[in-house]
Design a protein around this ligand. Structure first.
Ligand code: ADP
Ligand code: MG
Length: 255
Protein backbone atom coordinates (compact mmCIF):
# COMPACT_ATOMS: atom_id res chain seq x y z
CA UNK A 1 0.00 0.00 0.00
CA UNK A 2 2.77 2.39 1.01
CA UNK A 3 6.32 2.13 -0.28
CA UNK A 4 9.21 4.31 0.82
CA UNK A 5 12.29 4.09 -1.37
CA UNK A 6 15.56 5.68 -0.26
CA UNK A 7 13.74 8.50 1.44
CA UNK A 8 16.06 11.21 2.64
CA UNK A 9 15.52 14.48 4.49
CA UNK A 10 18.36 16.85 5.27
CA UNK A 11 18.06 19.86 7.54
CA UNK A 12 21.23 21.71 6.55
CA UNK A 13 24.00 19.28 7.39
CA UNK A 14 21.78 17.05 9.53
CA UNK A 15 20.50 13.88 7.92
CA UNK A 16 17.25 13.53 9.86
CA UNK A 17 16.06 10.72 7.56
CA UNK A 18 18.80 8.98 5.65
CA UNK A 19 17.96 6.64 2.77
CA UNK A 20 15.11 4.87 4.50
CA UNK A 21 13.23 2.21 2.53
CA UNK A 22 10.38 0.00 3.67
CA UNK A 23 6.86 -0.99 2.70
CA UNK A 24 3.60 -1.06 4.60
CA UNK A 25 1.08 -3.74 3.63
CA UNK A 26 -2.59 -2.87 3.55
CA UNK A 27 -4.32 -3.86 6.76
CA UNK A 28 -1.25 -4.11 8.94
CA UNK A 29 -0.08 -2.25 12.00
CA UNK A 30 3.52 -1.24 11.44
CA UNK A 31 5.57 0.22 14.27
CA UNK A 32 8.36 2.76 13.91
CA UNK A 33 10.63 2.89 16.95
CA UNK A 34 13.98 4.37 17.85
CA UNK A 35 15.67 6.86 20.18
CA UNK A 36 14.63 10.51 20.39
CA UNK A 37 15.95 12.35 17.37
CA UNK A 38 16.04 9.18 15.25
CA UNK A 39 13.85 10.81 12.59
CA UNK A 40 10.48 9.19 13.35
CA UNK A 41 8.36 12.36 13.36
CA UNK A 42 10.24 13.70 10.34
CA UNK A 43 9.42 10.47 8.54
CA UNK A 44 5.71 10.97 9.30
CA UNK A 45 5.94 14.57 8.07
CA UNK A 46 7.44 13.27 4.82
CA UNK A 47 4.82 10.57 4.34
CA UNK A 48 1.97 13.04 4.93
CA UNK A 49 3.74 15.53 2.62
CA UNK A 50 3.86 18.14 5.39
CA UNK A 51 7.48 18.81 4.43
CA UNK A 52 9.29 18.18 1.12
CA UNK A 53 11.82 15.36 1.00
CA UNK A 54 15.42 15.87 -0.09
CA UNK A 55 15.43 12.76 -2.28
CA UNK A 56 13.77 9.40 -2.70
CA UNK A 57 10.23 8.35 -3.55
CA UNK A 58 7.09 7.55 -1.62
CA UNK A 59 4.40 5.53 -3.36
CA UNK A 60 0.84 4.95 -2.25
CA UNK A 61 -1.22 2.47 -4.25
CA UNK A 62 1.69 2.43 -6.73
CA UNK A 63 1.48 6.15 -7.34
CA UNK A 64 4.23 8.57 -6.42
CA UNK A 65 2.95 10.97 -3.80
CA UNK A 66 6.02 12.81 -2.54
CA UNK A 67 5.16 16.02 -4.39
CA UNK A 68 1.56 16.20 -3.21
CA UNK A 69 0.22 18.81 -0.81
CA UNK A 70 -0.93 17.68 2.63
CA UNK A 71 -4.60 18.19 1.71
CA UNK A 72 -4.08 15.85 -1.24
CA UNK A 73 -2.74 13.09 1.01
CA UNK A 74 -5.82 13.68 3.17
CA UNK A 75 -7.93 13.12 0.06
CA UNK A 76 -6.04 9.87 -0.56
CA UNK A 77 -7.12 8.79 2.90
CA UNK A 78 -4.21 9.70 5.17
CA UNK A 79 -5.00 10.93 8.65
CA UNK A 80 -2.64 11.55 11.51
CA UNK A 81 -2.23 12.52 15.09
CA UNK A 82 0.70 14.60 16.26
CA UNK A 83 3.36 14.02 18.90
CA UNK A 84 2.41 17.44 20.28
CA UNK A 85 -1.36 17.55 20.39
CA UNK A 86 -2.85 20.09 18.00
CA UNK A 87 -6.46 20.84 18.87
CA UNK A 88 -8.20 24.03 17.90
CA UNK A 89 -8.57 26.78 20.42
CA UNK A 90 -12.11 27.97 21.14
CA UNK A 91 -13.75 24.90 19.64
CA UNK A 92 -15.84 22.26 21.28
CA UNK A 93 -14.74 18.64 21.16
CA UNK A 94 -17.41 17.88 18.57
CA UNK A 95 -16.36 20.82 16.39
CA UNK A 96 -12.72 19.67 16.48
CA UNK A 97 -13.75 16.22 15.30
CA UNK A 98 -16.03 17.65 12.62
CA UNK A 99 -13.04 19.49 11.13
CA UNK A 100 -11.44 16.07 10.66
CA UNK A 101 -14.53 14.77 8.90
CA UNK A 102 -14.64 17.87 6.69
CA UNK A 103 -11.11 17.19 5.47
CA UNK A 104 -12.73 14.49 3.35
CA UNK A 105 -16.17 16.04 2.78
CA UNK A 106 -16.96 17.17 -0.73
CA UNK A 107 -18.56 20.49 0.12
CA UNK A 108 -15.77 21.66 2.39
CA UNK A 109 -15.89 23.46 5.68
CA UNK A 110 -17.03 26.86 4.43
CA UNK A 111 -19.76 25.40 2.27
CA UNK A 112 -21.03 23.73 5.42
CA UNK A 113 -21.94 27.18 6.69
CA UNK A 114 -24.03 28.00 3.62
CA UNK A 115 -27.76 27.50 4.05
CA UNK A 116 -28.24 25.20 1.02
CA UNK A 117 -30.15 21.96 1.56
CA UNK A 118 -27.40 19.65 0.26
CA UNK A 119 -24.87 21.38 2.50
CA UNK A 120 -27.16 21.09 5.49
CA UNK A 121 -27.53 17.37 4.76
CA UNK A 122 -23.79 16.92 4.48
CA UNK A 123 -23.29 18.89 7.68
CA UNK A 124 -25.75 16.64 9.48
CA UNK A 125 -23.99 13.53 8.16
CA UNK A 126 -20.64 14.89 9.31
CA UNK A 127 -22.07 15.67 12.74
CA UNK A 128 -23.44 12.12 12.98
CA UNK A 129 -20.15 10.60 11.83
CA UNK A 130 -18.21 12.73 14.32
CA UNK A 131 -20.49 11.71 17.19
CA UNK A 132 -19.98 8.05 16.23
CA UNK A 133 -16.21 8.54 16.48
CA UNK A 134 -16.58 10.15 19.92
CA UNK A 135 -18.76 7.23 21.01
CA UNK A 136 -16.22 4.73 19.68
CA UNK A 137 -13.56 6.41 21.83
CA UNK A 138 -15.86 6.58 24.85
CA UNK A 139 -15.92 10.37 25.08
CA UNK A 140 -19.32 11.22 23.59
CA UNK A 141 -20.26 12.90 26.88
CA UNK A 142 -17.51 15.47 26.22
CA UNK A 143 -18.91 16.55 22.83
CA UNK A 144 -19.89 20.05 23.95
CA UNK A 145 -16.87 20.65 26.21
CA UNK A 146 -14.22 23.15 25.14
CA UNK A 147 -11.43 20.97 23.73
CA UNK A 148 -8.66 22.93 25.38
CA UNK A 149 -10.10 22.43 28.86
CA UNK A 150 -9.80 18.63 28.73
CA UNK A 151 -7.37 16.43 30.60
CA UNK A 152 -4.40 15.29 28.55
CA UNK A 153 -5.60 11.72 27.98
CA UNK A 154 -8.95 13.05 26.78
CA UNK A 155 -7.25 15.46 24.37
CA UNK A 156 -5.36 12.50 22.92
CA UNK A 157 -8.70 10.72 22.45
CA UNK A 158 -10.15 13.78 20.69
CA UNK A 159 -7.17 13.87 18.34
CA UNK A 160 -7.72 10.23 17.50
CA UNK A 161 -11.44 10.82 16.99
CA UNK A 162 -10.65 13.69 14.63
CA UNK A 163 -8.34 11.46 12.59
CA UNK A 164 -10.93 8.66 12.46
CA UNK A 165 -13.70 11.05 11.43
CA UNK A 166 -11.87 11.45 8.12
CA UNK A 167 -12.49 7.71 7.54
CA UNK A 168 -8.81 7.16 6.78
CA UNK A 169 -7.24 4.32 4.87
CA UNK A 170 -3.85 5.06 6.43
CA UNK A 171 -3.59 6.29 10.00
CA UNK A 172 -0.31 7.79 11.23
CA UNK A 173 -0.06 7.87 15.01
CA UNK A 174 2.91 9.74 16.50
CA UNK A 175 3.42 8.68 20.13
CA UNK A 176 -0.29 8.27 20.90
CA UNK A 177 0.41 6.71 24.32
CA UNK A 178 2.73 9.50 25.52
CA UNK A 179 1.35 10.85 28.77
CA UNK A 180 -1.31 8.15 29.11
CA UNK A 181 -1.53 5.94 32.19
CA UNK A 182 -1.34 2.15 31.88
CA UNK A 183 -5.12 1.74 31.75
CA UNK A 184 -5.50 4.39 29.07
CA UNK A 185 -2.61 2.80 27.15
CA UNK A 186 -4.18 -0.67 27.29
CA UNK A 187 -7.46 0.80 26.08
CA UNK A 188 -5.60 2.61 23.28
CA UNK A 189 -4.10 -0.72 22.22
CA UNK A 190 -7.56 -2.30 22.01
CA UNK A 191 -8.86 0.68 20.04
CA UNK A 192 -6.00 0.55 17.52
CA UNK A 193 -6.61 -3.17 16.98
CA UNK A 194 -10.31 -2.51 16.40
CA UNK A 195 -9.46 0.30 13.98
CA UNK A 196 -7.27 -2.11 12.02
CA UNK A 197 -10.03 -4.74 12.01
CA UNK A 198 -12.19 -2.15 10.28
CA UNK A 199 -9.70 -2.11 7.42
CA UNK A 200 -7.49 0.84 8.35
CA UNK A 201 -3.74 0.48 7.90
CA UNK A 202 -1.79 1.90 10.83
CA UNK A 203 1.72 3.34 11.15
CA UNK A 204 2.62 3.77 14.79
CA UNK A 205 5.49 5.72 16.33
CA UNK A 206 5.62 4.86 20.01
CA UNK A 207 8.02 4.47 22.94
CA UNK A 208 5.74 2.25 25.01
CA UNK A 209 7.30 -1.10 24.10
CA UNK A 210 4.59 -3.25 25.67
CA UNK A 211 2.06 -1.51 23.42
CA UNK A 212 4.29 -1.70 20.33
CA UNK A 213 5.21 -5.36 20.80
CA UNK A 214 1.61 -6.28 21.56
CA UNK A 215 -0.13 -4.71 18.57
CA UNK A 216 2.39 -4.36 15.73
CA UNK A 217 2.70 -6.89 12.94
CA UNK A 218 6.09 -5.54 11.94
CA UNK A 219 8.49 -2.96 13.28
CA UNK A 220 11.01 -0.62 11.64
CA UNK A 221 13.82 0.59 13.90
CA UNK A 222 15.37 3.98 13.13
CA UNK A 223 18.60 5.30 14.59
CA UNK A 224 20.20 8.60 13.57
CA UNK A 225 17.95 8.73 10.53
CA UNK A 226 18.90 5.29 9.24
CA UNK A 227 16.94 2.07 9.22
CA UNK A 228 18.66 -0.20 11.72
CA UNK A 229 16.31 -3.16 11.51
CA UNK A 230 12.94 -4.27 10.20
CA UNK A 231 11.27 -7.41 11.48
CA UNK A 232 8.43 -8.94 13.44
CA UNK A 233 8.24 -7.93 17.13
CA UNK A 234 9.48 -11.26 18.51
CA UNK A 235 12.70 -10.93 16.55
CA UNK A 236 13.14 -7.16 17.07
CA UNK A 237 13.08 -7.77 20.83
CA UNK A 238 16.06 -10.11 20.54
CA UNK A 239 18.02 -8.10 17.98
CA UNK A 240 21.38 -7.32 19.65
CA UNK A 241 21.85 -4.02 17.79
CA UNK A 242 18.34 -2.84 18.66
CA UNK A 243 18.92 -3.77 22.31
CA UNK A 244 22.26 -1.94 22.34
CA UNK A 245 20.97 1.23 20.68
CA UNK A 246 17.41 1.50 21.91
CA UNK A 247 15.77 -1.17 24.04
CA UNK A 248 18.56 -1.40 26.62
CA UNK A 249 20.20 -4.42 28.23
CA UNK A 250 17.51 -4.51 30.94
CA UNK A 251 14.74 -4.91 28.40
CA UNK A 252 12.53 -7.89 29.13
CA UNK A 253 10.84 -9.23 26.02
CA UNK A 254 7.07 -9.33 26.10
CA UNK A 255 5.41 -12.66 25.42
P1 ADP B 1 12.08 11.69 16.51
O1 ADP B 1 10.66 11.94 16.18
O2 ADP B 1 12.56 10.32 16.13
O3 ADP B 1 12.40 11.99 17.95
P2 ADP B 1 12.58 13.91 14.75
O4 ADP B 1 12.11 13.43 13.43
O5 ADP B 1 11.69 14.84 15.50
O6 ADP B 1 12.99 12.68 15.66
O7 ADP B 1 13.97 14.65 14.57
C1 ADP B 1 15.04 14.06 13.88
C2 ADP B 1 16.19 15.04 13.83
O8 ADP B 1 15.85 16.10 12.95
C3 ADP B 1 16.50 15.67 15.16
O9 ADP B 1 17.91 15.83 15.26
C4 ADP B 1 15.78 17.00 15.09
O10 ADP B 1 16.42 17.96 15.89
C5 ADP B 1 15.93 17.34 13.62
N1 ADP B 1 14.83 18.16 13.10
C6 ADP B 1 13.54 17.83 13.08
N2 ADP B 1 12.79 18.78 12.51
C7 ADP B 1 13.68 19.75 12.13
C8 ADP B 1 13.56 21.02 11.50
N3 ADP B 1 12.37 21.48 11.08
N4 ADP B 1 14.66 21.74 11.29
C9 ADP B 1 15.87 21.29 11.70
N5 ADP B 1 16.08 20.10 12.31
C10 ADP B 1 15.00 19.35 12.53
MG1 MG C 1 9.09 12.46 17.33
Amino acid sequence: MLELYQVRKHFGGLRAVDDVSFTVDAGCIKGVIGPNGAGKSTLFNLIACNIPLSSGTIRFDNREIQRLKPYQTAELGFARTFQNIKLFADMSVLECVMVGAHSKGRAGFLAGMLPLPQHRREEAAIRRKSMECLEFLGIADLAESPAEALAFGQQRAVELARALAAEPRLLLLDEPAAGLNIYETAELGRLIKTIREQGVTVLLVEHDMSLVMDICDEIVVLSSGRKLAEDIPSRIQHNAEVIAIYLGEDYEPAR
